[in-house]
Structures are given as structure tokens and as C-alpha cells.
Ligand binder design. Structure first.
Ligand code: ZN
Length: 180
């Protein structure tokens, strides 16, 4: 069965802090009991860029990530610095599509500058980590959790992300163990 286990593939998109991406990749593997590959040198897709909004359309970005998959079982997570949007949302922090096994997390809203605050490196990684675990959780068939302390809690606001823990609650943990 181990041969059939899906890998996690972390894709740094565009000009993104590789130290953060490498650290993320090394911490994601044990959470999902998967090996993790990191791809290199992938640009943000030009076709996803909306010049009027000066943002990238998240759905098209996921389509590009899907094309990078070596097989259908891989779970892909792209990390970028650019501002992402969906037609009905002004901007979004992250997005995923469990059907194609792809997800993306943007550091744009995670960084303190977004809130007009001085940069705080200690805040950046935990936010990126929690949001990445949340998105990958969806790719492993978890649905949003209602427990505000669970890493899988659907958090719309940054204080919610800061307040939740880095771990799954017991319910999500059991569901995940069944899925992986
Ligand atoms: Zn939970």
C-alpha cells in the first residue's frame, strides 16, 4: 500500500521566501504521514493576473499547479506572496480544490504590512503553517471544523488564525487518520 501513498508537493510560486517554504515542507510531512517534495522555480501564471485588480485569480493559479502533478494522487500546495482573489471575494488568503488535489496559500495577507503593522517574523510562520495544514486537510477530505482551537477551524480573520492551535482536534485527528 505504501507505494500508493500520495506525496505532498510544495511549490514556491514566484518570488517567495524559500526559508519559509523549506521549513513548511519539513513540518507538513509528519502531520499527514507523507513524504514531501519541493519544486523549484515556478512563476506565477501570467494568465491568472488581472491587471485591473492587480491581483491573481486563485482558480487559474490552481489550474497551473494541477499541470505540475506527476500523478493524480499527489497533493499540491503552492505558496506565493501575491494577492489572490475570487470573482466574489475582494481578496483571499488561501484556496483549494479537492477534486484536483491542489491548494494555494498567499503570504500577502499573512504579513503584518497588510494591516499597516511593523513586520513580525514570529507571526508569519505559524500563520502560514496553520493555513497550509488547513488547506491540505481539505485535500485529505476533511471539512471545516467548528472548534475554534482546531487547526482545521475555518478562520476568516487573522485573529482567528492566531488564536487557533497548530494541532487538529480529536474529531479531525480521527477523521484524518481514517483518510490517510
Ligand atoms: Zn477539528
Amino acid at each position: 500500500m505504501s507505494l500508493l501513498k500520495s506525496k505532498i508537493v510544495v511549490v514556491p510560486l514566484g518570488d517567495v521566501d524559500l526559508m519559509l517554504v523549506n521549513r513548511l515542507a519539513s513540518e507538513l510531512g509528519p502531520v499527514f504521514n507523507r513524504s514531501v517534495d519541493i519544486l523549484k522555480g515556478v512563476k506565477m501564471p501570467k494568465e491568472a493576473y488581472n491587471v485591473i485588480r492587480n491581483q491573481f485569480y486563485a482558480t487559474i493559479t490552481l489550474t497551473k499547479l494541477e499541470r505540475l502533478k506527476a500523478n493524480s494522487r499527489e497533493k499540491v500546495i503552492g505558496i506565493c506572496e501575491e494577492d489572490l482573489y475570487l470573482p466574489d471575494e475582494r481578496n483571499i488568503l488561501a484556496y483549494c480544490d479537492s477534486l484536483s488535489g491542489t491548494s494555494i496559500v498567499s503570504l500577502y495577507e499573512i504579513r503584518q504590512e497588510f494591516y499597516g503593522l511593523p513586520e513580525d517574523d514570529k507571526k508569519i510562520f505559524p500563520r502560514l503553517y496553520k493555513e497550509s495544514v488547513h488547506q491540505l486537510g481539505h485535500l485529505f477530505d476533511l471539512t471545516d471544523c467548528r472548534n475554534p482551537k482546531c487547526v482545521n477551524y475555518y478562520s476568516q480573520m487573522m485573529p482567528d488564525i492566531d488564536n487557533k492551535s497548530e494541532k487538529f482536534c480529536d474529531i479531525c485527528r480521527r477523521q484524518l487518520t481514517g483518510a490517510i
